[in-house]
Design a protein around this ligand. Structure first.
Ligand code: NAD
Length: 416
């Protein structure tokens, strides 16, 4: 890109003479207990020249009191009176309500897990306020961005908690026990998907003493599974392997999934706990357990489906609910990070602080620089001053909502 155009693209967010002001609002989504900044990260960013306003009670459900934010140097505002129109940026966990976004100061920045896939309403609200937004789901999974990788930190929490939920619901011990009344065999655990959540589920189940089998379609997963003491179930040896792109699995064909289900049916019949984590970004989760496979499971076994919000790996799981089916408990676990709110927030807040530090403008202390050419920002900058930069994600092919020649239109608008 010519240097002059790049300059047009690079936007700074700052106010003359004063440092950037960030808001930490109370999360409005039902059941959300996490918070986007902790007293630790507030202190860390204030030391870099930023200022904070924290809405009273924002951190309470995660174990962080107002007084601790005050002690870290933040201003506090009353609950329900957050000054959305007076701040330069808002750090959140879930996407804020449209009504709150309507109060944003023009040109402000929003950072959070913004559920960007098909998020036409959110983008329309951001466009109205000419706001910039960073969707943390879209952060590239590259080494340089590891400290900012919210998906990893939260998936780690989910994988851990899924095993605890399964163990608590199971009608058996997990470890092998040798007692005066005889020997108890260890629980057999099946983990579907060996991404971040699946590997943490494997590690947690191993710590509890289970024997763990793991299925994934990415060949690289085998070594990772075995290094954690798991037994790898290789994908069916078909020609149309889903393969991977950018470290993620591609969507499998129905024929491949059919072969995979046949292969997994045998494992499922032997399993006590099944932890489902298989996903393909931006696509429905692969259906790996069907009705007939559930029929083959032993009563008392437990399935925890972390992919339930994307349609589920398992037939019959319902988000946020436990369904009992012929003695098998199906747990639709859609919000596990929020159920470990203190540590999930601590990690999320550190990820966000690392991103904000990355965006600090070295030439303008206390201000941020949004350079869409930056390899970390390029993928996750959802809007820039109201212009949608990820039409491919917001208006996926066939949705009819995108515009033709988005890039050139954006250039024209930026240049105007
Ligand atoms: P994810 O949540 O998108 O998917 C979870 C797992 O499901 C993946 O391992 C995927 O291969 C698997 N899967 C998809 N379809 C399947 C099927 N039909 N059967 C069985 N398994 C299936 O993945 P994630 O946890 O976000 O991690 C994705 C990749 O990114 C991994 O390779 C991970 O190591 C990598 N990663 C890299 C970094 C980094 O370099 N900074 C950080 C985190 C993750």
């Amino acid at each position: 890109m010519p240097a002059s155009l790049q300059q047009l693209y690079c936007k700074e967010i700052f106010r003359k003479g004063c440092s950037l002001k960030l808001l930490i609002p109370r999360e409005g989504s039902p059941g959300e207990r996490r918070v986007a900044a902790t007293p630790e990260t507030v202190r860390r960013l204030i030391a870099k020249g930023l200022t904070f306003t924290v809405e009273s009670g924002a951190g309470l459900a995660a174990g962080f009191a107002d007084a601790d934010y005050g002690g870290a140097g933040a201003d506090l505002c009353d609950a329900g009176a957050a000054p959305w129109g007076e701040v330069d940026g808002v750090l959140c966990v879930q996407p804020p309500a449209t009504a709150a976004l309507a109060g944003l100061r023009p040109g402000a920045l929003l950072v959070g897990l913004l559920a960007p896939y098909g998020a036409t309403e959110l983008v329309a609200a951001l466009q109205q306020r000419q706001a910039s937004a960073i969707a943390l789901e879209l952060l590239p999974r590259i080494s340089r961005a590891q400290a900012m990788d919210v998906l990893s930190s939260q998936a780690n929490v989910a994988g851990y908690k899924a095993v605890l939920l399964a163990a608590a619901a199971l009608d058996r011990y997990v470890p092998m026990l040798m007692t005066a009344a005889g020997t108890i065999q260890p629980a057999r655990v099946l983990v579907l998907g060996a991404g971040v959540a699946g590997l943490q589920a494997l590690a947690t189940a191993r710590r509890l003493g289970g024997v763990v089998y793991v299925s994934d379609v990415r060949p690289a997963a085998k070594e990772q599974v075995e290094s954690l003491g798991g037994r790898f179930i290789a994908p069916p040896a078909l020609e149309d392997q889903p393969g991977e792109a950018g470290g993620y699995a591609r969507e499998a064909s129905e024929a491949f999934l059919q072969a995979q289900r046949q292969q997994l049916a045998e494992q499922l019949a032997l399993a006590d706990m099944v932890i489902c984590t298989a996903q393909v970004p931006g696509r429905p989760a692969p259906r790996l357990i069907d009705e007939a496979m559930l029929d083959g499971m032993r009563p008392g076994a437990v399935v925890v489906d972390l992919a339930v919000a994307q349609g589920g790996n398992c037939f019959g799981t319902v988000a946020g609910r436990t369904v009992e089916r012929q003695g098998v408990r199906l747990i639709g676990a859609d919000a596990l990070p929020s159920s470990v709110p203190n540590h999930a927030s601590a990690l999320y807040a550190r990820n966000v602080a690392a991103l904000i530090e990355h965006l600090l403008d070295p030439e303008q202390p206390g201000s941020l620089r949004l350079d869409p050419e930056d390899p970390i920002l390029a993928g996750c900058l959802l809007t820039q001053e109201g212009i949608c930069r990820r039409e491919d994600v917001v208006f996926p092919a066939g949705s009819g909502g995108g515009s033709e020649g988005g890039e050139s239109r954006q250039l024209a608008e930026v240049a105007r």
